[in-house]
Design a protein around this ligand. Structure first.
Ligand code: UDP
Ligand code: MG
Length: 316
């Protein structure tokens, strides 16, 4: 019998988690030939998420959990979940039921045909999302796919079912600055995409503010493209040509009409403009340097404070 591990990163999901667990139990009956295990990752929740995990682990031997010492972010939670999963197949799902469990049987059947190593999902609509956010999301995917060799699919969710082989490949990617949507694509393998309409959260609040998403998108770009670094070189070259052309123009004009001091306001504008571009390019360099700095420190991605083994061995 094969085993499917369900990896669920959870941050303040006390309302959704019981609903999620129930939904998976209901789905299980349509896949009687498969065993399931849950790997819940408590990403430093401030509510009762950990308590709910403890009680689920007490009732159900297939429930495992990993609890972090603080909030390390969804990427770290995902990594911890994958590292603890034992299954022949691993599913990654959000706790808020935005990823319909009803798709799992279909995903599993698809992998059984051996024609694919992974079944992933993407939403075709962004209903229920603020229009400005959808707009920037689309722009981000257009940009990153232009400047990165790794394909990053627009609207791709993290909800996917993967074979053990692919999970091991993902775990072998040891970088600190993790951008899963990119890593999933980078490791390769044959992926089938299922499409569905956006579903709103079952309960609770989204943890992603516009600003958080913006910073995350910059992380994605620096992790999967070095094109911004060449921006400085290209602009520098362009400005050299421009300056040279202007020099000749000014020289010839002074020779013919003799106008030595006119035009200082335009000069000020040019100095400011070029100064701005220089700072912008230094900023880009700084971004990559900062990422390199974090990378060379080799800090662990997360710190585990408790797992279900600690709890079940000696409950408080
Ligand atoms: N999440 C997490 N750590 C965080 C933020 C979110 O583990 O710092 C989890 C969250 O509990 C949920 C999933 O990541 O299971 C997706 O988060 P959310 O639903 O807020 O994002 P959205 O679906 O709105 O993109
Ligand atoms: Mg969600």
């Amino acid at each position: 019998m094969s085993l499917i591990s369900i990896v669920v990163p959870c941050y303040n999901e006390e309302e959704s988690l019981p609903l999620f667990y129930q939904a998976i139990l209901e789905m299980k009956s349509s896949l009687p030939e498969v065993d399931f295990e849950f790997i819940f990752v408590n990403d430093g929740s401030k509510d009762n998420t950990l308590k709910i995990m403890r009680s689920l682990a007490q009732q159900d031997a297939n429930v495992h959990y990993v609890s972090f010492s603080r909030n390390f972010g969804k990427e770290a939670a995902l990594l911890a979940g994958l590292a603890h999963a034992q299954g022949d197949y691993v599913a990654v799902m959000d706790a808020d039921l935005q990823d319909p469990p009803a798709l799992l049987p279909e995903m599993y059947e698809t992998l059984q045909t051996k024609m694919y190593d992974c079944v992933a999902t993407r939403r075709v609509t962004r209903e229920g999302e603020p229009p400005i956010r959808s707009f920037f999301a689309r722009m981000f995917y257009k940009l990153i796919n232009k400047i990165s060799k790794t394909e990053i699919v627009d609207g791709a969710r993290d909800f996917r079912l993967m074979t053990r082989q692919m999970v091991n490949a993902i775990l072998s990617v040891q970088e600190y600055n993790r951008f899963s949507k990119g890593i999933f694509g980078w490791v390769g393998f044959r992926t089938k995409w299922l499409e569905y309409k956006n579903i709103e959260r079952a309960a609770g609040q989204t943890k992603w503010s516009f600003w958080k998403l913006f910073v995350y998108s910059l992380d994605g770009i620096t992790a999967f493209s070095t094109v911004p670094l060449s921006v400085a070189a290209v602009m520098g070259l362009l400005f050299c040509f421009l300056a040279f052309a202007m020099l000749i123009f000014v020289f010839v004009r002074a020779l013919i009409w003799g106008d030595p001091v006119g035009g200082w306001p335009s000069l000020v504008c040019i100095i400011l403009f070029v100064g701005g571009i220089q700072l912008f390019c230094t900023g880009i360099l700084g971004q990559y340097l900062a990422k390199t700095y974090l990378e060379v420190k080799r800090r662990p991605q997360y710190i585990i404070q408790e797992t279900e083994k600690d709890y079940l061995d000696k409950p408080e």
